[in-house]
Design a protein around this ligand. Structure first.
Ligand SMILES: O=P(O)(O)OC[C@H]1O[C@H](OP(=O)(O)OP(=O)(O)O)[C@H](O)[C@@H]1O
Ligand SMILES: O=C(O)c1cc(=O)[nH]c(=O)[nH]1
Length: 193
């Protein structure tokens, strides 16, 4: 079974009507928060390590919440420091967004999914505000909805382990006509090449 089929079988790839963090509505949703429940996660960790092999960096920052497990496992296996950036301030305690000392460090940002790239952009801005540098980000799946181009403008290269095309090509034939039509229409309107 390939990765996409296992996502579908484990209900980590859902078909329906989903509101995204950007406010867009999508007929599919990658719910990778439970991927670490399954052995496929270890393959993803190994692929991420392979993808980072030729990149020089000091620290990995995961984006809460979806990016934290992958950031943690990869950092641990590589013997690199790790931290994370919150979605929002707590309003109490230290009230920080970024839980890491990034000053003068070269950071790789890690997340589960990139759609518009807004979450990575906000995280990079916070890291830069705190004195860190960001040239690379890595996600498990790039939904190909503009993240690469958006991040390029900030000088950040987006790496991904699977594109949405890799995921959907083996899945589309398994769906009913209505589901397939909704997804194909969404792809035409929202997704690059
Ligand atoms: O590229 P973007 O358009 O920013 O969308 C992708 C982001 O959306 C999801 O996070 P979400 O905000 O749902 O938070 P969660 O990981 O805590 O569930 C996902 O984990 C990415 O961080
Ligand atoms: O854009 C998002 O918010 C998003 C899309 C997706 O497929 N999965 C996810 O966790 N978030």
């Amino acid at each position: 079974m390939d990765f996409a089929e296992s996502l579908l079988q484990r209900k980590l790839l859902l078909i329906g009507n989903f509101i995204l963090t950007s406010g867009k509505t999508s007929p599919y949703y990658l719910d990778l928060r439970r991927l670490p429940n399954y052995p496929e996660f270890f393959t993803v960790v190994d692929k991420a390590i392979e993808e980072l092999r030729n990149i020089k960096f000091d620290m990995i920052i995961g984006i809460a919440t979806g990016g934290i497990p992958l950031a943690s496992f990869v950092a641990c296996k590589l013997g690199k420091p790790m931290g994370y950036v919150r979605l929002e301030k707590k309003g109490y305690g230290t009230d920080k967004l970024l839980e890491a000392d990034v000053k003068d460090k070269e950071i790789v940002i890690v997340d589960d999914v990139a759609t518009t790239g807004g979450s990575i952009e906000r995280s990079a801005e916070e890291i830069i505000r705190n004195g860190g540098k960001v040239s690379h980000a890595l996600v498990i799946v790039d939904r190909k909805e503009g993240a690469k181009e958006r991040l390029e403008k900030m000088g950040i290269t987006l790496h991904y382990l699977y594109s949405i095309h890799d995921i959907l090509k083996s899945i589309l034939p398994k769906l009913n006509d209505n589901e397939r039509k909704m997804i194909e229409e969404y792809l035409v309107k929202n997704v690059e090449g």
